[in-house]
Design a protein around this ligand. Sequence first.
Ligand SMILES: [Zn+2]
Ligand SMILES: [Zn+2]
Length: 382
Amino acid sequence: MPFRLPASRINWTNSAFLIGTFLVTCTAVPLYLWNYGVNWFQLALFLFFFIGTGLSITLGYHRLFSHVAFQARWPVRLVTLIFGAAAFENSAMHWVSDHRRHHKHVDHEDDPYDISQGFWYAHMGWILFKLDAEPPLDNVQDLRKDSLVVWQDRFYVLIAVGFGLLLPAVLGYLYSGWLGALGGFLLAGVARVTAVQHMTFFINSLCHTIGRQPYSDRCSARDSWIMAIFTFGEGYHNYHHEFQHDYRNGVKWWQWDPTKWTIWTLEKLHLVEGLRRVPEEKVLLSQLADTRRRLNERLECKQTVINERMRELLKTSDAKLHQLGERWAVLKAQYAEKAGALKHEYTERAVAQYEEAKAALAEIRREVQQALRLLELAPAAV
Ligand SMILES: [Zn+2]
Ligand SMILES: [Zn+2]
């Protein structure tokens, strides 16, 4: 049967914009660079708009407005709304609504960028086509009370064109006349829009395809440090789907997450507050549960050729992790009970229990790491 494009379902505005900006980036931009080269001003302008709009999506649209991972004062909300619009990814109200449905129905039909419908569908196919019935904006009641978000939703196109395309052109003009204006429009405008858009799209496509799942295999989301480099830290997507309200996506201190560092810095400047963090032991316990699951998978797989010594090691490791998990649960319950009710009379005891819990936590951390190393040594399951 010949392939027929479902013309009635094509979203012409989105398709024309996405394909148009991509084509200009692949043709007019290299032509401009070939003919006129690039000066430090154009480069700085590109970087300023790239980082400004990219961070407004990850820090503003995503972690602040979608997940309320912290509270922000109006200057932060205003700037991220203006530069978020300049990324041409729809108004915050619509973006957040889609994203909250993504988390709620991940990998299923109601997920707007459902990866089970294919890589390209999750990447950008979902934007090029219209849905049969547009889902209602019934999951953003909190944002309807934010007058800045409502304002941005109303004037989205104007703000996007004004700050995303015209402003770079005007700044280029001020620096070096009409040729500078063209350069600003093409580089910090069009090419930058294309770069930021695909960076965001990769979170929906590649971050649900490549990488590891250290916290859970409940959904397709994956952790990848390579993706984190390209996405201002959003590449730790397995962690993010497991703990979506945490302001960090790269939860370990050494993980590349410029969005988390910016939020932390804004807190020191008293521009944001109430940063939400998942307690360390909760993160470790989830890592522990996932390591045990993988250990058992490896042991149960009949096709895996594991020598007896390795089998014994894996088994012992699993038993140890199980034991530690249980011990930790008991200690934590005891600690919470005593520390809460008998705070004053049993301070010493509470402190002792706290120390014991802390030691167990350190032991869990060590054992999880050891088990992970063992897993790497054991031959992979076929
Ligand atoms: Zn996702
Ligand atoms: Zn999210």
